[in-house]
Design a protein around this ligand. Structure first.
Ligand code: FPP
Length: 262
């Protein structure tokens, strides 16, 4: 069942219930529902994306405050080019503006900005803003914010396969030595631990080509709440539920025993 927010005052203060030693090191979020949020208000879809940026700001801030190490946000998928031109260019503009306006504050919060995905296919102006944010924040030791931009997991895996095949062809590696660890090293995320928790807003029960290799053992938390309505407390709710799950990685869980084997 998807998570819903209880009506009115019944909502718990999840932040106060979190155990700080047991937070996920890496949270990845599929930020969905901006379009529906806007349509519900008879607004253009771009207004939903704009409202979504306010949520990005809030969630980045609280993730940093809580001491989460990595936060990956699925901001633009390889499939998103299929949207109307005006929406795509609007999203590019919003991303550029976000980086230009927010980098100073992100830097103050000691956030380190980076990205995964083929941003070389983005407009040069946006790439310049990304590089500027990365360069300004490169030495920060707080939250590492990873924007998934023009990202597609299948494409990432295909590129890794190509690189491995070419390294084998050049005699740099032996095909017999190809291992799961080696494949991980050829992905965009080679320097990042796999996501412990993947959150998806707005109710869809799928991964949509997001971190398919890395998600092998991730806990999934899906809510009906639309991304622009998603709050810091909702984020803490996901973390709280994560802390009450038993992760077995295919073995037997310590918490609930063999019945919970996955
Ligand atoms: C999905 O909602 C959301 C996106 C495709 C883009 C997400 C982008 C942002 C939140 C803003 C830019 C991000 C950053 C990091 C500055 P949807 O449009 O698919 O919603 P729908 O399913 O209701 O139509």
């Amino acid at each position: 069942m998807n998570k819903r927010r209880p009506a009115g005052s019944a909502e718990k203060d999840y932040r106060s219930l979190l155990v700080h030693e047991n937070l996920p090191g890496h949270v990845a979020i599929i930020m969905d529902g901006n379009g529906r949020w806007a349509t519900n208000r008879h607004l253009p879809r771009l207004a939903g994306h704009r409202a979504g940026i306010d949520t990005v700001r809030k969630i980045v801030k609280i993730a940093g405050e809580l001491g989460i190490r990595y936060l990956t946000l699925y901001a633009f998928s390889v499939e998103n080019w299929r949207r109307p031109k005006s929406e795509v260019s609007g999203l590019m503009r919003l991303l550029g503006t976000f980086l230009r306006r927010e980098t100073k504050e992100l830097d103050r919060q000691r956030v380190q900005v980076s990205w995964i995905g083929r941003v070389d296919e983005f407009p040069a102006k946006v790439v310049a803003e990304l590089e500027r944010s990365r360069d300004i924040t490169v030495d920060n030791d707080g939250l590492r914010l990873i924007l998934a931009l023009n990202y597609g997991a299948r494409r990432e895996i295909v590129e890794a396969v190509r690189s491995i095949v070419s390294a084998v062809g050049e005699g740099q590696i032996d095909a017999a030595d190809i291992s799961e660890d080696m494949v991980s090293q050829y992905l965009y995320t080679s320097e990042i631990s796999d996501p412990d928790l993947i959150v998806r807003t707005s109710g869809e029960m799928r991964l949509s080509n997001f971190l398919l290799w890395q998600a092998a053992y991730s806990e999934l938390w899906i809510t009906d709440i639309l991304w622009p309505d998603f709050t810091e407390n909702d984020f803490c709710h996901a973390l709280y539920d994560f802390q009450h799950r038993a992760r077995s990685y295919g073995g037997i869980t310590g918490k609930h025993g063999a019945a919970d084997k996955v």
